[in-house]
Design a protein around this ligand. Structure first.
Ligand SMILES: Nc1ncnc2c1ncn2[C@@H]1O[C@H](COP(=O)(O)OP(=O)(O)OP(=O)(O)O)[C@@H](O)[C@H]1O
Ligand SMILES: [Mg+2]
Length: 1006
């Protein structure tokens, strides 16, 4: 198969697809259509065997699923398996029942067409199991309905109840369905199960009173006896022992290893509650089950006139109680027959045989009608409560058909005849819907086609059901005709009417060889599934299904609510003869066929691998037989010779149009032309497909499979595009939302900021205005207009003052205060200076204090009076200018104890010639002492000192006066005159006028 790159993306995808296909066919082929040697039965069986050995029990023939019963739990029905098969293409996963289930479900949802899954196969092939698995799949994987979620549970729980009442152990199957079941599951438009309905077909009621050797009665009897509570059994008058009940011992097989009656009973009890049984209803139902068992134990004895009399009083007592009927009426009904002749009622006593017949007839009627009631009850519980709502009208239906399988026993009777006829009909339907219709379709579509021969079993169906000439018609005729009709006369009539039919044989009609295998009271039918020999014994009775009138009357009078629903009084007054059982069955089957034909079919063909119910055993003969009669080879041949897949052009184009650029997204022309363009684009080879009148036919599943895979790839990319577009849109929306929000916040914030700024500006403008106004009126007395300004000036002066305070005591700066604060400013200034002074004073040392004090004294004396005073201010006072070693010790001796307070070298000017002489001037506490070298030259006591004078110049000259004696610079002398003149440098000389001339430099201009 070739694809263009644009359809598949790349060749790599094709390789993956093909390798996946090979991997899937690992064990044999998973679709028989792919079998190399498809005409060989041996190859077919070999493929089945290879797969069966590997526990691969499912294989396809196109869309038909072939299933081989594994007789063991393969663990392939788990939730994971369900998930694996959900929503995937049929061909992508290994064959499985769930693949069929999912395909059907998807078709139901997407095409909204009703579907039907037909499960066929012989008894024990696995039909019921398959039905249960399908139901389980739908219950677990479908979405829950908006209302009435309990429907899913009810659908599931209806099964154990119906199986208990309608299934039994047979020689073929330990859980053989003894009734046919067709179940509709209704889905709403969302695909959720919202309701269900069950149709049941002909229960094998003869089993109630008789079982073949190795078989059992219906499960429910054993379950009740094994699992029922003591109290319940006591109430029902039952013993916990099946052997005590004649209806349960006929097959001599009450215990079966594969069945656990006790635990099954628990399941049934629980299920009854789920499907809406009230406690009372359960009690009524159990009373009926028990009454059947008691009926079986009713014995009769013949009196002198050979009339039957009930001998088991105890049973009768229980019966009257359980069925809520009059004891005497029941006794009479069991031993007498009421005949109405000419409007008069006559009671005719029954003999022993008749009484036993009447008893068994009653048991069968009670049980079978109860079964019908049970189905009705379940249907009421499954019926959607929303039947009136509009959504209900748009429901689609999925039908599941699980009918009793074809069966052959040693002894086959009326029931087997009906069951096998039913299977014959379904096979006919299968042929109609697959082989025949398929070939007809090719013709209708104008496809060149080599017809495939297959066996059409219509001939057998006709043999059974044809009007007037069919077996059922003849049987009915025998039942209805007046006169002595017996089973044997029926056989004779049959022989007369259908003797030439190729599928019919009796002892009389058979040739020598086959005659031996046929009894005289038997006839043989060559069914599609093989020969079955039926014994005619009981055919008429069973077909008539007579229940004596007085028994009916008795039951109509029952107070048991279930019984009174099962036996309706209108039945008594109805003069019309009821339809015979076979005819009723025929009609119901016709209806069933109609129902199935109205739906899209899917098939599961079940095969039984061996008769021993053993796992792992592959009985080739048995399987070959089934393959043959199920028509699987023909099915395969038609499939292979024909086309694996066909689809209306519209549907095909609709599905795959995305794979071709010309057809995507819409094709404007005729769908047929569109499909032609599409398949050309996909690279289909001419032998791979044919174009019919309304449909395209694709020959190989591989072709479709590859197209499906391509679609899947395409879908992914389309999905990615849609996702991308959606994400883009989604995020853009989000972005726009965020942007809008941001803009909103921004504008709000800007507004807030703007308002704040405006408020500030307004305040500032007002403040400035107030200040200007205040400034203008600053000299006016305080008033509201200038108060703000004045306060502002005041506070700002005070606040600024802190930064403009004088740095030290000598700093005289001080900011200029506003007029209003002048006084306060002055006070503050004083405070500040005092504070600085105080701080300064606290911090100076005593030596420094003394210096300052001396400086203060010097200041008082010299400040402003002596020219060089300012130069002296920075120079510190010292205690002496002569060290102790510079003063002669002799002088010190001369001074004695008198200490020297200050000593300084001086130049003494003589008064006579003003000759300068170097001397030392010593100050003691009492006197001034002038020393020349080591000699005290002069001592002037302070008492004699009349004054000390200096000039105002910077001459360093000092005059000490004692009396009128003036001593220059510390020397004794005589009176003289000193002339002071300012000059550039210090010069002390004797002037010509005899005065001392002192030229002192001018330091301070005064
Ligand atoms: N898929 C399966 N997996 C495991 N066991 C199975 C499977 N199918 C059937 N069986 C076994 O086979 C038995 C018979 O199957 P089932 O009752 O479904 O047969 P049937 O076709 O309904 O027969 P009948 O026509 O008698 O009702 C089951 O009880 C079960 O033990
Ligand atoms: Mg079954």
């Amino acid at each position: 198969m070739r694809y263009r790159a644009s359809a598949l993306g790349s060749d790599g995808v094709r390789v993956t697809m093909e390798s996946a296909l090979t991997a899937r066919d690992r064990v044999g082929v998973q679709d028989f259509v792919l079998l190399e040697n498809f005409t060989s039965e041996a190859a077919f069986i070999e493929n089945l065997r290879r797969r069966f050995r590997e526990n691969l029990i499912y294989t396809y023939i196109g869309p038909v699923l072939v299933s081989v019963n594994p007789y063991r739990d393969l663990q392939i029905y788990s939730r994971q398996h369900m998930e694996r098969y959900r929503g995937v293409s049929f061909y992508e996963v290994p064959p499985h029942l769930f693949a069929v289930a999912d395909t059907v479900y998807r078709a139901l949802r997407t095409e909204r067409r009703d579907q039907a899954v037909m499960i066929s196969g012989e008894s024990g092939a696995g039909k019921t199991e398959a039905t249960k698995r399908l139901l389980q799949f739908y219950a677990e994987t479908c979405p829950a309905p908006e209302r009435g979620g309990a429907v899913r549970d009810r659908l599931l729980q209806s099964n154990p109840v119906l199986e208990a009442f309608g299934n039994a152990k047979t020689l073929r199957n330990d859980n053989s369905s003894r009734f046919g079941k067709y179940m509709d599951v209704q889905f709403d438009f969302k695909g959720a199960p919202v309701g269900g309905h069950i149709l049941s077909y002909l229960l094998e009621k003869s089993r109630v009173v008789h079982q073949n050797h190795g078989e059992r009665n219906f499960h429910v009897f054993y379950q009740l006896l094994e699992g029922g509570e003591e109290e319940t059994l006591r109430r029902l008058g039952l013993e916990r022992n099946p052997q005590s009940y004649l209806y349960l011992v006929k097959g001599q097989c009450a215990k079966v290893s594969s069945i656990n009656d006790k635990s099954d009973w628990k399941v049934v009890r629980k299920a009854l509650t789920v499907i809406d049984f009230t406690e009372d209803e359960v009690e009524d139902l159990l009373s009926i089950v028990a009454s059947v068992l008691h009926l079986g134990n009713i014995h009769f004895a013949a009196d002198e006139e050979s009339n039957a009399q009930v001998t088991t009083e105890n049973q009768l007592k229980y019966l009257t109680r359980l069925l809520s009927v009059e004891g005497s009426t029941l006794r009479e009904a069991l031993t007498h027959r009421k005949i109405i002749a000419k409007g008069e009622e006559l009671l005719s006593p029954l003999n022993l045989e008749q009484a036993a017949y009447a008893r068994d007839a009653l048991a069968k009627a009670v049980y079978s009608r109860t079964f019908t009631w049970l189905v009705g009850k379940i249907n009421r519980s499954l019926a959607s409560k929303d039947a009136e709502s509009p959504s209900w009208r748009s429901t689609t239906v999925l039908g599941l058909l699980d009918i009793y399988g074809f069966e052959v026993f040693q002894h086959n009777s009326f029931e087997q005849f009906c069951i096998n006829y039913c299977n014959e009909k379904l096979q006919q339907l299968f042929i109609e819907l697959t082989l025949k219709s398929e070939q007809e379709e090719y013709e209708a579509e104008g496809i060149a086609w080599e017809p495939v021969q297959y066996f059409n079993n219509k001939i057998i169906c006709d043999l059974v059901e044809e009007k007037f000439k069919g077996i059922i018609s003849i049987l009915d005729e025998e039942c209805l005709r007046p006169g002595e009709a017996t089973d044997l006369t029926f056989l004779e009539k049959l022989e007369d009417t259908v003797k030439h039919h190729p599928h019919f044989l009796t002892h009389k009609l058979a040739d020598q060889r086959t005659r031996k295998s046929l009894g005289r009271g038997e006839f043989r039918l060559l069914h599609y599934a093989g020969e079955v020999t039926y014994s005619v014994t009981g055919f008429l009775d069973k077909n008539n299904d007579l229940l004596f009138r007085n028994l009916k009357e008795t039951m109509c009078s029952s107070k048991n609510p279930i019984m009174s629903q099962c036996f309706d009084r209108s039945e008594l007054s109805d003069k019309k003869r009821p339809e015979t059982v076979a005819t009723q069955f025929k009609m119901s089957l016709l209806q069933l066929v109609e129902i199935l034909q109205s739906k899209e079919p899917a098939y599961v063909r079940c095969i039984k691998p061996n008769d021993a119910k053993q796992p792992g055993r592959f009985d080739e003969v048995l399987i070959r037989h089934q393959v043959k009669y199920l028509g699987l080879m023909e099915n395969l041949r038609v499939r292979r010779a024909g086309f694996a897949y066909r689809r209306k052009y519209e549907a095909f184009l609709q599905r795959y149009k995305s794979l071709c650029p010309e057809t995507w997204p819409t094709w404007a022309g005729r769908p047929q032309d569109g499909v032609a363009v599409l398949v050309r684009h996909l690279g289909y080879k001419p032998e791979e497909y044919k174009m019919g009148r309304t449909k395209i036919f694709i020959r190989f599943p591989k072709t479709l499979f590859a197209t499906e895979d391509a679609l899947e790839v395409r879908r992914q990319s389309l999905a990615t595009k849609i996702q991308a577009a959606w994400r883009g849109f989604h995020w853009r929306q989000k972005f726009l939302r965020v942007k809008r929000s941001a803009i909103c916040i921004q504008s709000w914030w800007r507004g807030t900021l703007g308002r704040r700024k405006a408020t500030k500006r307004k305040w500032a403008a007002q403040t400035i205005r107030r200040l200007i106004r205040g400034f203008i009126l600053r000299h006016a007395p305080r008033c509201p207009e200038n108060a703000f300004f004045l306060d502002h000036v005041r506070t700002s002066f005070l606040l600024n003052l802190r930064r403009q305070l004088p740095r030290n005591v000598l700093d005289t700066s001080w900011p200029t205060p506003p007029p209003a604060l002048r006084e306060a400013s002055e006070l503050l200034r004083e405070l500040c200076i005092k504070n600085m002074v105080w701080k300064y004073c606290r911090s100076i040392s005593p030596e420094w204090k003394q210096q300052l004090q001396q400086k203060a004294v010097a200041s008082e004396i010299f400040k402003g009076k002596k020219d060089n005073y300012p130069q002296s201010v920075p120079r510190l006072f010292i205690s002496t200018r002569l060290g102790a070693d510079e003063i002669s010790s002799r002088v010190l001796q001369a001074l004695g104890s008198e200490p020297i307070q200050y000593a300084v070298p001086v130049v003494k000017y003589d008064r006579k010639g003003y000759k300068p002489r170097s001397r030392q001037l010593l100050l003691t506490p009492n006197a001034v002492v002038i020393v020349e070298d080591a000699k005290v030259k002069q001592r002037i006591d302070y008492a004699n000192l009349t004054g000390i004078s200096v000039s105002s110049l910077s001459d360093s000259l000092c005059l000490c006066r004692c009396g009128d004696i003036i001593t220059f610079a510390g020397g004794p002398g005589r009176d003289g005159t000193i002339d002071f003149t300012p000059g550039s440098e210090l010069l002390i000389t004797k002037a010509k006028n005899g005065h001392l001339a002192v030229v002192a430099p001018r330091l301070n201009s005064r």
